[in-house]
Design a protein around this ligand. Structure first.
Ligand SMILES: [Zn+2]
Length: 275
């Protein structure tokens, strides 16, 4: 505990730390009858060491919490790799998504959400997952799912209120693929409940959809209408277009395979052992 070689006796007759020079002893009052007693006290070095240890412990706990939040966030494990850092190009939609994350506190306070819309395969899910991952990293609770999963889970759930609360608890709810949900009255009823809960809690919601914005705004089915109205009121539409990511990836893979085969052919024709 107190190593002699690192201490000296000061002019006050107390043991001092040779590094920070602070006393490692102090006269502390116990009570009136016994008077003061010489007690051990921490010097600056020890206080610093303790502070570092405490910060490390807190950081460790924060990482555990973040990992747990990430597991709770996604239905699919691959979503965790969709990050701003892994993004190949800064498309306008990615830039806006980044801005949303940068201004998260304000967005949260103002209940502001986003609606990523545009043709199939342009990376709307990717953009939404980037937001999820960036906020998870900041220890924000996020849940990213879709309406069909919500309807299925709700149908099976023994405690439906608890599941609804789980969706309400997270600071940000992301619902992927709006418009692909089943249109039964039962399904739309559940979806409305989820959206309405969210709407009234004042917590932000982000959705993605392949539906054209015009179609969302002009929906005539009354059960869908009331869902879309609430979404449009809180979620700013952001168009995600550009090239089809899936087609582009397929094209890239083809090109890659082609270069491999071409290399092999060149190697074979120039290999002297093969001649
Ligand atoms: Zn010291």
């Amino acid at each position: 505990m107190m190593e002699k070689e690192n201490t000296f006796i000061g002019k006050d007759d107390l043991i001092h730390c040779s590094v920070c020079k602070e006393p490692k002893q102090a006269w502390l009052p116990e009570n009136d009858l016994l008077g003061v007693r010489l007690r051990y006290r921490q010097c600056a070095c020890e206080r610093d060491a303790n502070a570092i240890e405490k910060a490390e412990q807190e950081e460790k706990e924060r990482r555990v919490q973040i990992a747990k939040n990430r597991r709770n966030c996604f239905d699919e494990a691959t979503m965790k790799n969709k990050t701003f850092a892994n993004t190949e190009e800064m498309t306008p939609a990615i830039c806006k998504a980044k801005k949303y994350v940068d201004n998260w506190d304000e967005m949260k306070q103002q209940s502001k959400g986003l609606l990523f819309w545009g043709p199939l395969g342009t990376g709307k899910t990717y953009v939404a997952a980037c937001i999820a991952n960036a906020l998870l990293e900041r220890n924000v609770t996020v849940k990213m799912t879709n309406f069909n999963t919500i309807v299925d889970t709700m149908f099976r759930a023994e405690n439906k209120t608890e599941y609804m609360n789980e969706l309400s608890r997270c600071s940000l709810l992301i619902i992927d693929e709006l418009g692909l949900e089943r249109s039964s009255e039962y399904a739309l009823g559940i979806i409305f409940d989820v959206i309405d809960h969210r709407y009234r809690s004042g917590k932000p919601l982000i959705t993605t959809t392949n539906l054209p914005l015009k179609e969302i705004k002009g929906e005539s089915n009354i059960n869908k209408r009331r869902i879309y109205d609430r979404i449009l009121e809180r979620c700013t539409p952001i168009l995600v277009d550009g090239e089809n990511k899936r087609e582009k990836t397929a094209e890239k893979n083809m090109k890659y395979l082609k270069t491999i085969f071409e290399d092999k052919e060149t190697q074979t024709t120039h290999d002297p052992h093969n001649a």
